[in-house]
Design a binder for this molecule. Sequence first.
Ligand code: ATP
Length: 140
Amino acid sequence: MAEAGKTLHLEVITPDAAVLHEDVDFVLVRALDGDLGIMPNHAPLIASLSIWPLCYDKGGKRQYVTVASGFLEVHDNTVTVITPASEKPEDIDVDRAKSAEKRAEDRLAAHAADIDTARAEAALQRALRRLDVAEKYGKQ
Ligand code: ATP
């Protein structure tokens, strides 16, 4: 656990990997009902997350990871995010995200009766957020 009152311990966990386990100064996520900034000594909290990047400050530097929905828990200066998918900027495969974007856009444009629109919209959001994070914060 992080030293009480000074830092937060941030864990981002997916079914495949522990993407982050760091002591940080600040965490910002997008919950379903709006942005949520968490500083040390935050009250206990559970929230559902949107498909939106998580950012955190560490050593005066702001850093980003993608988060594809899931849950956040704040307890005892530990922030735990459990999400189906999360990637650091340098781990994002841009070509794969572009293909996923096109696939989702084609599905939505087809307006076919058998298309699961919510699923295609979620896939599109995941792809767009991956492309944003890779472009802004990935390998230069
Ligand atoms: P795709 O159709 O390309 O699989 P998706 O949005 O359906 O995209 P997810 O179900 O969100 O993919 O993720 C499945 C796994 O693949 C997760 O581990 C996720 O981190 C990884 N992943 C998906 N897209 C990318 C990407 N562009 N770069 C790196 N990892 C990715």
